[in-house]
Design a protein around this ligand. Structure first.
Ligand SMILES: Nc1ncnc2c1ncn2[C@@H]1O[C@H](COP(=O)(O)OP(=O)(O)O)[C@@H](O)[C@H]1O
Ligand SMILES: [Mg+2]
Length: 334
């Protein structure tokens, strides 16, 4: 069961072949995961958040960068956005300008507490959630790494995150979970808590050949724990149009993954992303005319129209400067 799932990391040697996923996908029960009906995910009646994992077991493929920038793009379209840093490295927390060790209450505390009432959980969530750039963040630091060990013998451990996020679902339109670079309990918990998963894949050979492993993990989580988990799509990242390997990988992604999920426009390789993160800002605030914003806008527009029925996004040029960087802690909206 879960232990098989978590330790399920062995695949045969993969030859580099742009067709390498062919034949593997058919064995995975993924096609029906391409849920895109609004009513299946975001009920206009109950107005529940679309919980989305940004997931890839590889590090450095732009998960945290994408979580931050997609969240900001959605927030500029009037969406209420909560970002959940679920990586003990705390990159997302840092990218939003916070010092992880300065934060007295983090996602570790909200995850590990024993709550007798919903109110007591909400109270700890309110203490943990901070605000930046018109988004809320449930931050993380290295203490989150202990959770994996401490939950080892806990019942329903993979469902703890889902239970913890439950009281927040009617307070946000989107909850984006930045997953750690591993296939362990934290990632499985994120997939268990999610309506859908977005998979950033760097258009490099090394990133591409890990794709079958993450598809297997998604399949196993769907089969064993969360049958409602959909693949919202694949996002080619750090793409350099002039590099032939990048062109080959992008072509292979479009050919081989289209049957599994949408393949979005590639996010270009741009050092401005790193510079913006260093400044504690989304790219849209750091350089509001940057060419890479188009791919982010297109991604957010597609997600909005597919999963919430909300129309066109505001243009990047209409975006006002964020008022408060690292503003005081937000109250969980009631
Ligand atoms: N589109 C991009 N172009 C160039 N560098 C990028 C891009 N997206 C992210 N980066 C940089 O790549 C590094 C890894 O990104 P990060 O978001 O931390 O990846 P992950 O969360 O998958 O480990 C960071 O230094 C980040 O600034
Ligand atoms: Mg990260």
């Amino acid at each position: 069961m879960l232990s098989d799932l978590i330790s399920h990391t062995s695949v045969g040697r993969i030859e580099y072949n742009s067709k390498y996923l062919c034949g593997k996908i058919e064995n995975l029960d993924l096609n029906i995961a391409k849920c895109s009906r609004i009513e299946d995910i975001h009920s206009p009646i109950f107005n529940m958040a679309v919980v989305t994992s940004i997931f890839n077991q590889a590090g450095g493929v732009a998960k945290s960068t994408l979580t931050l920038n997609l969240g900001y793009t959605l927030s500029q379209a009037g969406q209420r956005v909560l970002l959940v840093d679920f990586d003990p490295q705390g990159s997302l927390t840092v990218f939003l300008g916070f010092e992880p060790w300065d934060l007295p209450v983090t996602v570790y505390d909200t995850l590990m507490g024993n709550y007798s009432t919903k109110e007591s959980l909400i109270s700890v969530l309110e203490q943990a959630i901070v605000s930046a750039h018109q988004m809320d963040l449930l931050p993380a630091n290295r203490r989150l790494g202990k959770a994996e060990l401490e939950l080892f013998t806990a019942m329903n451990r993979e469902r703890k995150l889902a239970a913890m996020l439950d009281p927040l679902k009617d307070r946000y339109d989107w909850i984006l979970i930045d997953c750690p670079p591993s296939l362990g309990l934290l990632s499985v918990s994120a997939l268990t808590a999610s309506n859908g998963v977005l998979v950033p894949v760097e258009t490099e050979y090394k990133s591409w050949v890990g794709t079958d492993l993450l598809l297997e993990t998604i399949t196993l989580v769907r089969r064993e724990i969360n049958p409602g988990l959909s693949i919202f799509g694949f996002i080619p990242t750090k793409h350099t149009r002039t590099k032939s390997q990048h062109q080959r990988v992008l072509k292979a992604m479009r050919e081989q993954l289209a049957s599994v999920g949408m393949v979005f426009d590639p996010i270009p390789n741009a050092t401005a992303f790193a510079d913006a993160s260093e400044a504690g800002q989304p790219l849209m605030l750091y350089d509001r005319r940057h060419v890479a914003l188009q791919a982010l806008q297109s991604l957010a527009s597609t997600l909005l129209s597919t999963h919430t029925g909300v129309g066109e996004l505001v243009a990047a040029t209409d975006v006002k400067q964020s008022t408060s960087r690292n503003s005081s802690k937000a109250k969980v909206k009631s």
